[in-house]
Design a protein around this ligand. Structure first.
Ligand code: ADP
Length: 192
C-alpha cells in the first residue's frame, strides 16, 4: 500500500508524471481538476458549483473538494494505494485528507513536490492552451491568478508535509524520464 501526493504549481508536470507513477506502482489516480472537469462536462450540481471558480482561476471551496474526494475514496475501497494529483491544495484540505485516510486505516507516505520557475510555468501553460481546449490555459491573466492562488494558499501545504517529514522536492525542469527517475528514488526512500 502506498499513497503519494504529487504537488506543484499549475504547469509543473503533475499530470505527465502521474501516469508514469501509476504504471510503476499500480496506484489509483485521483486528479481533482480532472474530476471537476468531468462534473462540468456532465452538467452535475457539483460541476455547476465549481464552474465560476475554475473559470476565474480561483480555488474551489474546500468543503466542495473534500466531499468529492471522500466519495472517491469510498468508491475505491480496496485500491492498492492512491496518487493524489492537484489535491490537497490548502492546509485545510491536507488535514481533511489525513483524517479521511485514517478512517480507511491508511496514511500518506510521501509528498513529491515538482519545482519549476514561474517563467517556465507560464510558457508551458500557454503552450498547453493551444491544444488542450482548457479555457483557463489560454489567458495570461487567468494563469497569473492560478499561480498567485498557488503561492498564497497551496504553498503552505508543503510546510504541512515538511512537519511530518514527508516532503521531497524534485527539480521539475529536465527530461520527463530524468524527472521520473528522481521521483522514483524519492518514493522508494519513503516506503514503509
Ligand atoms: P492546474 O494544475 O493546471 O491548475 P487542475 O486541473 O489541477 O489544473 O485544476 C483546474 C482548476 O480546478 C483549478 O484552477 C481549481 O479551480 C480547480 N481545482 C482543482 N483541484 C482543486 C483543489 N484541490 N482545491 C480547489 N480547487 C481545485
Amino acid at each position: 500500500m502506498v499513497n503519494i501526493v504529487l504537488f506543484g504549481p499549475p504547469g509543473a508536470g503533475k499530470g505527465t508524471q502521474s501516469e508514469n507513477i501509476i504504471n510503476k506502482y499500480g496506484l489509483k489516480h485521483i486528479s481533482t481538476g480532472d474530476l471537476f472537469r468531468k462534473h462540468l462536462g456532465e452538467g452535475t450540481h457539483l460541476g455547476k458549483k465549481a464552474q465560476s471558480y475554475m473559470d476565474n482561476g480561483k480555488l474551489v471551496p474546500d468543503e466542495v473538494v473534500i466531499g468529492m474526494v471522500a466519495d472517491f475514496l469510498d468508491d475505491n475501497e480496496g485500491a492498492e494505494g492512491f496518487i493524489f494529483d492537484g489535491f490537497p491544495r490548502t492546509v485545510a484540505q491536507a488535514e481533511a485528507l489525513d483524517e479521511l485516510l485514517e478512517e480507511h486505516d491508511q496514511h500518506i507516505h510521501c509528498m513529491v513536490m515538482l519545482d519549476v520557475p514561474q517563467d517556465e510555468l507560464r510558457k508551458r501553460l500557454l503552450e498547453r492552451g493551444k491544444t488542450s481546449g482548457r479555457a483557463d490555459d489560454q489567458n495570461v491573466e487567468k494563469i497569473n491568478v492560478r499561480i498567485q492562488e498557488y503561492l498564497d494558499k497551496t504553498l503552505p501545504v508543503a510546510g504541512y508535509y515538511q512537519g511530518q517529514n514527508k516532503t521531497c522536492k524534485i527539480n521539475g525542469v529536465g527530461t520527463i524520464e530524468g524527472i521520473f527517475a528522481d521521483i522514483v528514488s524519492e518514493i522508494d526512500n519513503h516506503l514503509d
